[in-house]
Design a protein. Structure first.
Length: 341
């Protein structure tokens, strides 16, 4: 398979149209078989449920070329299961989990020429999503839906690759108790746009959201969960019912414990204790694990001892072990890699 002539090493996190995408339609209470198509456009009613009441959810995952030349995806069953949770919360029909994984594999295989080569620093980002497609004007769920998956080659989510980030404690909230913070609903991202543009305008890379009920506990950023390393080497991640259950974070906690022999804790993390942490990172499919060097809380700077030039030592070990597993350099736990080719 001849690869596309792409400058893989200089890709940012952006959209590039690839050859094929998967489309399945839900009508009269059932999903059709679905097809791969070259048509990258979506044509729907002006009154479609997604356009009027934002009835849409999505997933994000990646395909990797391994050291020995295979193409794999990482724990796609967990994306399928999280999409099921998102659909149920948004009154959308579930796309069967086994069919979800099958369709992901088909899309990757059909776009093999866009899967970045091993060692290029880029990956193929896969975006499954679903939306209400028929006209809805009274507030209610749509009757018809479209489930699609496209893929696009990407580089690092944050410009500057692994350079530590500066983030701020945000005064806007991302999720309410008993709301939709724990699912991957498009609406969670729409309402974060004002805050992220404002953060960027003020020179910050991202927002740290706090729990909206008490504004005392760390939640997550707009697109990643937090990991902290304590001064005595424990890996700590915030526990909350209003954050997205990151697959990367769950994997990193396993890696920390089982591969690196570190103590791990998933518990509430008060903003007050962040100043005592040794390292901080943002983890997610897009972010992988991006080190945070500084957090600014309304003029007060929290500077992590790991500094502003390099990843902290524990973050680095976690990064190397996780990406080593994803690229086939380190043996993966049973079931983590789905070999496509
Ligand atoms: N939190 C939010 C709000 C996200 O959008 C994402 C990205 O998917 C994550 C966390 C990280 O989740 P995952 O590791 O499953 O990609
Ligand atoms: C991902 O990491 O896949 C996400 O969906 C995060 C998004 C903000 C790009």
């Amino acid at each position: 398979m001849e690869k596309k002539n792409i400058d893989w090493g200089n890709l940012g996190f952006g959209y590039m149209q690839t050859d094929k995408r998967f489309v399945s339609n839900y009508k009269n209470g059932a999903w059709d078989e679905g097809v791969l198509t070259e048509d990258a456009n979506v044509v729907i009613s002006e009154c479609a449920g997604v356009l009027q009441y934002a009835q849409t959810c999505f997933e994000g995952m990646k395909a990797y070329t391994t050291e020995d030349g295979h193409i794999v995806t990482f724990r796609p069953d967990l994306n399928a299961s999280r999409m099921k949770d998102s659909c149920e919360r948004l009154q959308m029909p579930v796309f069967p989990e086994d069919k979800f994984v099958e369709a992901v594999c088909k899309v990757v295989e059909a776009n093999e020429a866009f899967v970045p080569p091993y060692g290029s620093g880029a990956t193929l980002y896969i975006r499954p999503y679903m939306f209400g497609s028929n006209p809805v004007i009274g507030v209610k769920p749509a009757d018809e839906y479209q489930f699609r998956i496209f893929a696009t080659p990407v580089g690092p989510y944050f410009k500057g690759g692994v350079k530590p980030l500066t983030i701020r404690v945000c005064d806007y909230d991302r999720a309410a108790p008993h709301g939709t913070g724990h699912i991957k609903a498009g609406l969670n991202y729409a309402m974060s746009l004002y805050a992220i543009v404002d953060a960027h305008n003020q020179g910050y890379d991202e927002n740290m959201y706090l729990d909206s009920a008490t504004r005392t506990y760390v939640e997550e950023t707009g697109g990643a969960n937090f990991l902290f390393v304590t001064k005595d080497g424990k890996v700590v991640t915030p526990k909350s019912s209003t954050i997205l259950p990151s697959i990367t974070r769950r994997s990193l906690m396993y890696v920390a414990k089982e591969y690196l022999g570190l103590e791990v804790e998933e518990r509430q993390v008060a903003l007050e204790e962040v100043k005592d942490m040794a390292e901080c990172g943002l983890c997610g499919t897009a972010a992988v694990i991006s080190p945070v060097g500084k957090i600014v809380d309304h003029g007060t700077e929290i500077c992590f001892p790991s500094g502003m030039t390099e990843m902290g030592p524990v973050t680095k070990k976690l990064y190397e072990t996780l990406t080593g597993i994803q690229m086939g350099r380190i043996e993966a736990p049973e079931g983590w890699l789905k070999v496509i080719k």
